[in-house]
Design a protein around this ligand. Structure first.
Ligand SMILES: Nc1ncnc2c1ncn2[C@@H]1O[C@H](COP(=O)(O)OP(=O)(O)OP(=O)(O)O)[C@@H](O)[C@H]1O
Length: 236
């Protein structure tokens, strides 16, 4: 079974999280007293100036970096003090979409999508192919299933990355600047697609972006400045 059917009130629950880079006199607080809760199916955009700590927070939530202080629960699992094995299990339950799609060049579109299903050993190879192909149909790439990444446009590659993130029906997607490498229309298409598929699958999305043109897809916008979550500045 791919989707964990746990009864839960939050997909992400963060309490008094603090994070520091460097040691001694070079020590620099990067995240300060972060409290945040994200509910199942909620689409939340995290925005704020460059260097304010957004990516650091996203990588902590994605169990890609070790926790220091505070409590961070992802899909009901506490990451502070968690073993490497537990962190890996949590990572495997999250869909990741990054600015650079990180597709494997030597694999076709469907093989790239199927890669994330390999983590779920219970799915036989033929079914993996079927699910990957169906997901590529859902993102509008039915005619590109057997194409290699280098033969796809930027927008098409990002669609493959979305298919890869959603194919295992995660309850949480973490996206870091997914539209940064795309032109205006492709960026818009990509986030609308993410929004549609996530709502269909009741999947929560936490999306970091500088792109003001996509803020309207969010259920909620949160703003980070100097390592703290703050009220967003009023747009004029
Ligand atoms: N591995 C690291 N070691 C030391 N300092 C780091 C490290 N990673 C990030 N930083 C610093 O932490 C701060 C926050 O960086 P982070 O990448 O989280 O910001 P951001 O808000 O995502 O920025 P951007 O919008 O430009 O991507 C920055 O001052 C950055 O230089």
């Amino acid at each position: 079974m791919l989707q964990t059917t746990v009864l839960q009130t939050s997909v992400i629950a963060i309490h008094k999280l603090n994070h520091t880079f460097g040691k001694g006199i070079l020590q620099k607080p990067v995240l300060i007293d972060i409290n945040l809760e994200i509910k199942p199916g909620e689409i939340v955009i995290l925005t704020g100036p460059s260097g304010s700590g957004k990516t650091t927070l996203l990588t902590l939530i994605g169990a890609l970096r070790g926790m220091q202080h505070g409590s961070l629960k992802v899909l009901n699992q506490e990451l502070n003090g968690a073993s490497q094995r537990k962190l890996m299990q949590v990572r495997n339950q999250i869909g990741f979409i990054f600015q650079s799609h990180n597709l494997l060049k030597c694999l076709t579109a469907w093989e790239n999508v199927a890669m994330s299903l390999k983590l779920h050993h219970s799915i036989p190879p033929l079914e993996r192919r079927h699910k990957a192909t169906a997901m590529l149909h859902a993102v509008g790439l039915a005619d590109r299933v057997d194409y290699y990444p280098e033969t796809l446009s930027g927008g098409q590659k990002q669609r493959v990355a979305i298919a890869r993130a959603l194919v295992s029906q995660p309850q949480l997607i973490l996206a870091d600047e997914p539209t940064a490498a795309l032109d205006k229309q492709s960026g818009r298409d990509i986030v609308e697609l993410m929004q549609k598929l996530a709502k269909e699958q009741a999947c929560a999305i936490l999306l970091v972006t500088h792109d003001n043109r996509i803020l309207d897809i969010a259920d909620r916008i949160i703003y980070m400045e100097d390592g703290r979550l703050a009220d967003p500045p009023t747009l004029t």
